[in-house]
Design a protein around this ligand. Sequence first.
Ligand SMILES: [Zn+2]
Length: 49
Amino acid sequence: MGDTVWWSCAGCGSYAELPAEESEGFDITCPDCAADMTPQWTWDDRQAA
Ligand SMILES: [Zn+2]
Protein backbone atom coordinates (compact mmCIF):
# COMPACT_ATOMS: atom_id res chain seq x y z
CA MET A 1 0.00 0.00 0.00
CA GLY A 2 1.33 3.45 -0.91
CA ASP A 3 0.50 6.87 0.34
CA THR A 4 -2.92 8.36 -0.13
CA VAL A 5 -3.28 11.72 -1.82
CA TRP A 6 -6.20 14.04 -1.26
CA TRP A 7 -7.13 15.96 -4.38
CA SER A 8 -9.01 19.23 -4.14
CA CYS A 9 -10.97 20.87 -6.91
CA ALA A 10 -10.20 24.53 -7.57
CA GLY A 11 -13.56 24.92 -9.26
CA CYS A 12 -16.14 23.61 -6.81
CA GLY A 13 -14.08 22.60 -3.76
CA SER A 14 -14.78 18.88 -3.98
CA TYR A 15 -12.24 16.44 -2.62
CA ALA A 16 -11.18 13.03 -3.85
CA GLU A 17 -8.94 10.49 -2.16
CA LEU A 18 -6.71 8.45 -4.45
CA PRO A 19 -3.73 6.16 -3.92
CA ALA A 20 -0.56 8.05 -4.81
CA GLU A 21 0.67 5.23 -6.99
CA GLU A 22 -2.52 5.38 -9.09
CA SER A 23 -2.70 9.14 -9.40
CA GLU A 24 0.98 10.02 -9.76
CA GLY A 25 1.73 11.40 -13.19
CA PHE A 26 -1.94 11.70 -14.09
CA ASP A 27 -4.06 14.79 -14.53
CA ILE A 28 -7.02 14.35 -12.21
CA THR A 29 -10.21 16.00 -13.38
CA CYS A 30 -13.10 16.83 -11.07
CA PRO A 31 -16.08 14.52 -11.66
CA ASP A 32 -18.47 17.31 -10.72
CA CYS A 33 -17.30 20.33 -12.71
CA ALA A 34 -14.46 18.98 -14.89
CA ALA A 35 -11.93 21.43 -13.48
CA ASP A 36 -8.37 20.35 -12.80
CA MET A 37 -7.80 19.00 -9.31
CA THR A 38 -4.79 19.81 -7.16
CA PRO A 39 -3.07 17.22 -4.96
CA GLN A 40 -3.23 17.97 -1.25
CA TRP A 41 -0.95 16.07 1.12
CA THR A 42 -3.03 16.44 4.21
CA TRP A 43 -0.43 15.09 6.60
CA ASP A 44 2.60 16.64 4.92
CA ASP A 45 1.40 20.03 3.74
CA ARG A 46 3.53 22.29 5.91
CA GLN A 47 6.56 22.55 3.65
CA ALA A 48 5.29 25.43 1.49
CA ALA A 49 2.73 27.02 3.76
ZN1 LIG B 1 -15.12 20.57 -9.17
